[in-house]
Design a protein around this ligand. Sequence first.
Ligand code: ADP
Length: 497
Amino acid sequence: MGFDLASSIQAYLATGKVERLPNALFMDGESVAAESRQSMPTWDPGTGRIFSEFAAGQTEDVDRAVVSSQKALKGEWSRFTPSQRGKLLRNVAELIRKNSDRLSFTEALDSGKRLDEAMGDVAGAANCFDYYAGACDKYQGISIPLGPDYVAYTLNEPLGVTAHIIPWNYPLSTAARGIAPALAAGCTVVAKPAEQTPLTALMLAELCMEAGLPKGVFNVITGTGQAAGAALVKHPGIHHITFTGSVTTGIDVMREAASNITHVLLELGGKSPIVALADCDLELTADNVIAGIFENAGQICSAGSRLLVHDSIHDALIEKVLKKTKAIQLGHGLKNSGMGPVNSELQLKRVSGHVESAKSRGIEVLCGGRISNDPDTGLGWFYEPTLLDRVPLLDAAVQQEIFGPVLCIQTFADMEEAVHLANGTQFGLVAGVFTKDLSAAHRLAQQIDAGQVYVNEYFAGGIAVPFGGNKHSGFGREKGLEAVGSYCKTKSVVARI
Ligand code: ADP
């Protein structure tokens, strides 16, 4: 409240300082210090400088948060009717909208993303709470016909205390996408935002309290993956884990969950193909390719990081994509330039390492391929938008997720080869198909092994459409009504009458 966006941006860009950011854990309805009193810094990726500090939570803080959420699960929250839960989630949506400027400013600053993208994420988070507000009293069980001597039905019971391990690329929207359906199902939540982007999850928890959520229903532990995340996923009081992040960490999380038989939903990496058939609209396809790989500087699990293009249109389509790529201006996220920085120095090194190693294997770099900075200040962790051409299927640049603004272009001669290339990595998150031939599009949609296929609009859909991966991209589905099911356990009741 009382947050003025324009003057806050101006003041920050002039001084590097921001006031009134959350810096404690959020537990039992209030901000509390970590028991160790330790804190850690958070950086502005657009300058590479520290702008705030936050609490470094550890095992003892996780224990407190889980106990608080266990208590809350059995308390007042368990007596909320589904429609009361719905009303509360709708209040949260309204409060997110009311605080959109402050949330978007903080998200852009902490993650590096462009302010208008952050505003889109905040609007999406509000829509998500609205959507699951409506779902609370509509997600229902079934009755099972067993003949005149029995009555049989199912109950959707909340899974219990749910842990949400949140990544740094979409901090608020990923938090909302897991937490809103968990609350809709009647669960309680302990969230662990990424150490690179801890702030908006804390703000969301405050807004949920303001909306009327009973204390302890939504707790937030900030801190590192090792100290706070690992302690949370191995906690025996957790009934479910929603993890969004890298495949390597996902494997660790699943292994830890196994020891307590904890339910897991894994949203991992991707190397998603955009398939451009010979008859596609070149301009439309080029625009979607650009948005698919350069939005959020390519740090999207569902980025369209591979362009599979029919031989016959390779030169014409690449000419357009190249022109649009070269026009992208780098700059600080709060200045809303064409593309912001990558999120951390570590991530910048990872991206650069992938491209340098591709160069050493003789892969052609059509443009980009270098570390850069904000042209106004010479600061920040930027990477040039990069196109790698004619990358063989088995090359590491195609097989590994780069998670940065780097597009691998591959060509195909016929549909069979397009499907072979599309399915030729360990991932299976999403895919795009661009063509005027809708039969071909739907045939490809059947044959591509992915959780979601977009036709003629990359990232089409929204909160109502189920989302999740196959193969090493993970399992379980978020978004849509299916997500409420991800936070419920079915109980079957059969009565002899
Ligand atoms: P990155 O390597 O790009 O930071 P991660 O997949 O490791 O991506 O991080 C995603 C989220 O997982 C972050 O919130 C991070 O703190 C958390 N995390 C990292 N390691 C672990 C772990 N061993 N157990 C639980 N959470 C973890």
